[in-house]
Ligand binder design. Structure first.
Ligand SMILES: *[C@@H]1O[C@H](CO)[C@@H](O)[C@H](O)[C@H]1NC(C)=O
Length: 650
C-alpha cells in the first residue's frame, strides 16, 4: 500500500502534526531564555545516573536510577556540598534529582584540561566493582547545561540523520573485556548571539564527548587532548584502590540556531516513515472497521424497528384470534428483554466507583493531551507533564464523585455513604499502595528513583485536602440530582436467560475479541510511549497521541456497542459488566505488550529492576483498564437507552 493513496487522511494528520510545531516558539514563564555576557558563569547541573539504550535495537539492562553523588560512584561534589535545584512535583515524581556541580563554565571561554576535583579520587575495590557493573549495564550521566540536556551525537542508522540523544555513557566495555571508565569530558556548548550582540549570548546546544584517560608521570593532566591509554578501575582486589584524576575541556561554538528552536535537535523521531505509515494504516483500518460495524448495526436496527412496529400492529388486530403464527415471531430479538435490560447488575457499588474514576481519568487524559497540543508541555519545562496530570486528576475528583454517585443512584444503590467514601479512596488507594510498595524496592536499592518521603507526604496531603473533599462535593451534587430514569420499566421477576449457543459470545472469547481492536488502534503509539518511559527518550509527538487516543475511543465504543447488541439479541441482558470488562480487556493487551517488550528488549540484571518494570506496567495497565472499560460502558449505556426508548412497549 502506498502512502499517496491515503492523501486525505494524510493531510488531516499533517494538520495535527503541525499543531505542536506552530506553538513550539511559545514558552511558559520560568523557562524564559537566559542571556549571558562573555565570561559569565553558565550553570551545569547534574541529574540522576540512569541506563540508556543508545540505539533503537539495543537491550536495556536496568530501570533503576541513582543519585549522581552516590558515594559508590566517587564523583566529587562542588565546594560546600551539592545543592538541590528546585524542581516541580511532576519532575520529582518522574525521577529527576537535579543538583549543582563543580564544573566551571564561562560563556565563550575555551578551556582545556581543567581538573575537576582537588586531587585524584580514590576508588576502592568495592566502588570499582559497583561502578564497573553500572558501566556494563549501559548507565549514563545526565547533565543539564542552561536547562539543555548534554547529549551525545547519534546518527540514526535508518535515515542517516544526526541528532542529540540526551545523556552520555559513563564508560565503555572494550572487546577484550576491559572496562574503561570515562574520566575526561570534552564539553561542546553551542551559543547564539541575539541580533549579533556579543553581550547577549544564549545556550542553544550542548554535547559531551567523554573519554577515558590514564594520567600518570608519563602522561600528565596537561596532555588531556592527546591519545592516552584508558583507565580501568581495579575491582579484582578488594583492598586495592585506583586513583582517578577527573578533567574536562570546554569548547564554545558559535551557532545560527535560534533559542526558540534549540530543542529541535533533541526531538528526533526514530523511523518517522514507519511511524507515519503504520499510523495512517491503522487509522484507515479502524475507520473502515467502525464504518462497517455501524452500517451493519444500523441496518439490523432498522429491520428490528420495522419488525417490532409491525408486530405491534398485529397485536392490536389479534383480538379476533387470527394470525396467531405471526405472534410466534416475537419470541426472538432484543425487545424480549425490555423488562430486564435495566435491571441492576451485580455489584452496583463497585461498578459505579470504577465508572466514576474512569470518567475522571477520561477527562484528565483529554485535558492533558489538549494542553500538550497547545504546546504547554514543552520539554524545556521539565516535569510539566507530571505536574499537570496530578493537578488535573486532583481537581477532577469532583467529576469522579458526581459520575459515580449519579450512576449509583440510577442503579438503585442503597449504600450511598459507602459509595461517597469509596469513590475517591479505592482506585487512588490501590495506585498509591502499589506505588509505595515499588518505592520500598527503590529505597532498598539506594536508587534515586525512590520518591522522597517529603514528596510522598505532599501527594497524600493534596489527595486528602483537595481531591477527597472535591469528590465528596461531586457526590453530593450527583445524589441531589434527579435520578436518571430508565426508558422502559423493569419487571418484578427476572427473565430466564437461554443458554448461550454461539461460541464467540461466551464471556471469555467475546472479551478477548473486543479488547484487541482498541489495542490495535494504539499499538504503534504505545511503542513510542514505552520507549520514552524506559529508554530515556523525549516524547513530544502529541499530535500522533491525540489522533491515537481518538481512534481508541471510537474503536472501543463501536466494538463494545456491537457486543452488547449481539448479547441482547441472544436475550442475555447482563450487558453492564460484560461491556466494561470487554472494553477494559484492551488494557490486558497493553500489559501483554509490556511483557513481550520485557522478554525481547530488556535484559534485567536485578530482581528489583524486574519488579519495578512489571509493577509500573501493571499500574499503567490498571488505569488503562478503568479508562477503556468506562468508555465501553458509557457507549453501550447510551446505545441501550437509545434503542429501548425508540420502540413501543405495551
Ligand atoms: C573554541 O573552540 C572551538 C572548537 O574548537 C572553536 O571553533 C572556537 O573558535 C574556539 N573559540 C575561541 C574563542 O577560541
Amino acid at each position: 500500500m502506498q502512502l499517496r493513496k491515503q492523501a486525505p487522511s494524510a493531510a488531516l494528520l499533517a494538520t495535527f502534526l503541525a499543531l505542536p510545531q506552530l506553538t513550539s516558539a511559545f514558552y511558559l514563564p520560568g523557562v524564559a531564555p537566559t542571556s549571558y555576557k562573555p565570561n559569565e558563569k553558565v550553570p551545569l547541573y547534574v541529574n540522576t545516573i540512569k541506563p540508556i539504550a543508545s540505539d533503537s535495537d539495543a537491550l536495556l539492562h536496568s530501570t533503576l536510577s541513582f543519585d549522581y553523588y552516590l558515594p559508590l560512584f566517587g564523583f566529587c561534589e562542588p565546594p560546600g556540598g551539592a545543592q538541590n535545584v528546585d524542581e516541580s512535583l511532576g519532575s520529582i515524581l518522574f525521577g529527576d534529582r537535579i543538583k549543582t556541580s563543580p564544573f566551571d563554565l564561562k560563556m565563550g571561554q575555551n578551556e582545556t584540561c581543567k581538573r575537576l576535583c582537588d586531587g585524584p579520587r580514590q576508588y576502592s575495590g568495592k566502588m570499582a566493582a559497583f561502578t564497573n557493573s553500572k558501566i556494563q549495564q549501559g548507565y549514563s550521566l545526565n547533565w543539564l547545561i542552561d536547562g539543555l540536556p548534554a547529549g551525545q551525537e547519534v546518527v540514526d542508522q535508518m535515515t542517516n540523520v544526526q541528532f542529540y540523544s540526551p545523556g552520555f555513557l559513563m564508560g565503555g566495555e572494550k572487546p577484550e573485556g576491559q572496562i574503561a571508565f570515562n574520566n575526561h569530558y570534552n564539553i561542546y556548548v553551542e551559543y547564539h548571539e541575539v541580533g549579533g550582540n556579543k553581550d547577549q549570548r544564549r545556550v542553544v546546544g550542548a554535547r559531551v564527548h567523554p573519554e577515558s584517560k590514564k594520567y600518570d608521570s608519563e602522561h600528565p593532566v596537561e596532555e588531556c587532548q592527546t591519545e592516552i591509554p584508558p583507565v580501568h578501575l581495579n575491582d579484582k582486589d578488594p583492598n586495592g584502590h585506583t586513583d582517578v584524576e577527573f578533567t574536562y575541556s570546554v569548547f564554545w561554538i558559535k551557532s545560527n540556531t535560534a533559542w526558540a528552536t534549540r530543542w529541535d535537535k533533541y526531538l528526533h523521531v526514530y523511523d518517522p516513515k514507519i511511524h507515519w505509515f503504520s499510523l495512517v494504516n491503522s487509522a484507515v483500518i479502524v475507520a473502515f472497521l467502525v464504518l462497517m460495524v455501524m452500517s451493519v448495526l444500523i441496518r439490523a436496527l432498522k429491520k428490528d424497528f420495522a419488525r417490532y412496529n409491525r408486530l405491534d400492529q398485529i397485536h392490536l388486530d389479534d383480538f379476533s384470534g387470527n394470525e396467531i403464527e405471526d405472534g410466534v415471531q416475537e419470541d426472538s430479538g432484543w425487545k424480549l428483554v425490555h423488562g430486564d435490560v435495566f435491571r441492576t447488575p451485580a455489584h452496583p457499588l463497585l461498578l459505579s466507583v470504577l465508572l466514576g474514576n474512569g470518567a475522571q481519568l477520561f477527562v484528565m487524559t483529554g485535558f492533558t493531551i489538549a494542553f500538550a497540543l497547545l504546546g504547554f508541555l514543552s520539554p524545556s519545562n521539565r516535569g510539566s507533564l507530571g505536574t499537570i496530570m496530578i493537578l488535573l486528576y486532583t481537581i477532577l475528583g469532583a467529576v469522579g464523585g458526581y459520575v459515580s454517585s449519579r450512576i449509583y443512584k440510577s442503579l438503585n444503590g442503597e449504600k450511598w455513604k459507602l459509595n461517597i467514601v469509596l469513590t475517591p479512596l479505592l482506585v487512588p488507594g490501590i495506585v498509591f499502595a502499589t506505588f509505595f510498595f515499588l518505592n520500598l524496592f527503590l529505597w532498598a536499592k539506594q536508587s534515586s528513583g525512590a520518591v522522597p518521603v517529603g514528596t510522598m507526604l505532599v501527594i497524600i496531603c493534596i489527595w486528602f485536602i483537595i481531591s477527597v473533599p472535591l469528590s465528596f462535593l461531586g457526590s453530593w451534587l450527583g445524589f441531589r440530582a434527579n435520578q436518571i430514569e430508565a426508558p422502559v420499566r423493569t419487571n418484578q421477576i427476572p427473565r430466564q436467560i437461554p443458554p448461550m449457543t454461539t461460541t464467540y459470545l461466551k464471556p471469555l472469547p467475546s472479551t478477548l475479541l473486543v479488547g484487541i481492536l482498541p489495542f490495535g488502534a494504539i499499538f504503534v503509539e504505545l511503542y513510542f510511549i514505552m520507549n520514552s518511559i524506559w529508554f530515556n527518550r523525549i516524547y513530544y509527538m502529541f499530535g500522533f497521541l491525540f489522533l491515537c487516543y481518538g481512534l481508541m475511543i471510537i474503536t472501543c465504543a463501536a466494538v463494545t456497542v456491537l457486543l452488547v447488541y449481539m448479547l441482547l439479541c441472544s436475550e442475555n441482558y447482563h450487558w453492564q459488566w460484560r461491556a466494561f470488562l470487554a472494553a477494559g480487556m484492551s488494557a490486558g493487551y497493553i500489559f501483554l505488550n509490556a511483557i513481550v517488550l520485557w522478554i525481547t528488549k530488556l535484559s534485567m540484571s536485578s530482581v528489583a529492576g524486574t519488579v519495578l518494570y512489571l509493577g509500573y506496567s501493571l499500574l499503567i495497565s490498571f488505569l488503562a483498564f478503568i479508562l477503556t472499560g468506562s468508555i465501553g460502558y458509557f457507549a453501550s449505556w447510551w446505545f441501550v437507552r437509545k434503542i429501548y426508548s425508540s420502540i413501543k412497549i405495551d
